[in-house]
Ligand binder design. Structure first.
Ligand SMILES: Nc1ncnc2c1ncn2[C@@H]1O[C@H](COP(=O)(O)OP(=O)(O)OP(=O)(O)O)[C@@H](O)[C@H]1O
Length: 377
């Protein structure tokens, strides 16, 4: 087990512009680190640089304090699991799992004993004599995981390991991955385009776009305090309103139509007169009866709304409302949905900590859709 670093890494494929542009990444020993981003954002390229399949044009790859640029993949001591399980079809489960030890000349009881331990770890005892085509997708991925772990690699690189699985199996496997990583305490980096997976698995996560880091932090922090429009809309849904800074100390942001919001954290360097975007996640609205008037003046955002549509989505109810600022998405937990009937008037309130202010156009090019249409991903 070890920590893994990329330091100011630039990388381009032959004849193409740089895919990674000055990327710095530090994954601590025993950490589960998730990288999430849209297709083409450079996630797999980062894994390729770490694994040694591609050399950076500039910058260092550091494993356990040692620079490993130029070290061939087989000498890096990293376990790799891909989306396609890449098991050897003509070998049994036990032989697939034990392959890495066989290559190292480990034989007999030592190899079979360790194989049995790994079968146990990934929850497949009794299936050692099966062949890959006699296993489900989830079971095959467990074998791939055991095969990657048997040599006790310094770190595990997981490239979309669950994306070929059905939703339910995938959720079970996420829990299994997390358990196995906790038990083995192996440093792990997972690449996924699935936001929920990254939020569920990572101790820390990085949101990547265009080969650059949009935000890094704990899942809780990145979700609750998105730094820009791209992160807000990529990791969940967001209502976005154009605004203008009326005053920075104390902060007052105008949303037009005479609506002002006080007490918000402004982006660094935002000054009076600057255009900004104001963001509230649909589930962060509090829905009050129309007649409920909070004691004035109130911090945060207060908005009169009429509920236009109500849609049950399992544990939550998604509402579309019309307000002076246009259409606004609101999500409430199903048992609390009594006030949310179509045609009723309500008052929406978002506390200051749930209202985020972005520089106008922050990472705008990365996201489609109009400002008040939640991007549900
Ligand atoms: N072998 C290659 N040669 C040239 N360009 C490549 C090669 N592999 C990837 N690219 C380009 O590099 C960029 C980043 O690709 P990468 O596969 O790292 O993205 P990704 O985020 O993993 O995407 P996905 O989620 O679709 O796998 C893309 O523009 C892609 O077209």
């Amino acid at each position: 087990m070890a920590d893994l670093e990329l330091d100011d890494v630039w990388m381009s494929y032959p004849g193409s512009p740089s895919v990674l542009r000055g990327l710095t990444l530090r994954v601590a020993d025993g950490e589960f680190y998730a990288m999430v981003g849209p297709s083409g954002s450079g996630k797999t390229s980062i894994l390729k640089v770490l694994a040694g399949f591609v050399e950076p044009d500039q910058g260092s790859v550091v494993l356990d304090g040692r620079t490993i640029n130029g070290v061939p993949p087989e000498d890096r001591d990293l376990g790799i699991v891909f989306q396609s399980y890449a098991l050897f079809p003509h070998m049994t489960v036990a032989d697939n799992i034990g392959f890495g030890l066989r290559m190292r000349g480990v034989r007999g009881k030592r190899r079979s004993g360790r194989t049995a331990e790994l079968l146990d770890l990934v929850g497949l005892p009794g299936l050692e004599h099966r062949y890959p085509d006699e296993l489900s997708g989830g079971q095959q991925q467990r074998v791939a995981l055991a095969r990657a772990l048997i040599t006790e690699p310094k770190a595990l690189l997981l490239d979309e390991p669950l994306s070929a699985l059905d939703r339910k199996i995938r959720q079970d496997m996420q829990a299994e991955l997390r358990r196995i990583q906790r038990e083995t305490r192996v440093t792990a980096i997972i690449v996924t385009h699935d936001q929920e997976e990254a939020l569920a698995l990572g101790d820390r996560l990085m949101v990547l776009e265009g080969g650059g880091v949009q935000q890094e932090g704990s899942p809780e922090d990145v979700y609750r305090r998105p730094r820009n429009r791209f992160v807000a809309t990529f990791l969940g849904a967001a209502n976005l309103f154009p605004g203008r800074v009326e005053s920075s100390e104390p902060s007052v942001v105008s949303l037009g139509e005479g609506l002002v919001v006080r007490g918000l954290d402004l982006p660094d360097h935002a000054g009076t007169g600057d255009l900004v975007e104001v963001c509230v996640r649909p589930e962060h609205w509090e829905v009050l009866e129309a007649a409920e008037v909070p004691s004035q003046p109130t911090d945060g955002l207060l908005l009169d709304a009429r509920i236009e549509t109500v849609q049950l989505a399992g544990q939550v109810v998604d509402c579309r409302t019309s307000t002076i600022l246009g259409s606004v998405a609101v999500t409430v937990l199903s048992p609390q949905a009594r006030t949310t009937r179509e045609g009723t008037s309500v008052r929406l309130r978002a506390a200051p900590r749930e209202v985020h202010v972005f520089d106008h156009g922050s990472a705008r090019e990365a996201v489609g859709g109009d400002a008040t249409t939640p991007t549900v991903t």
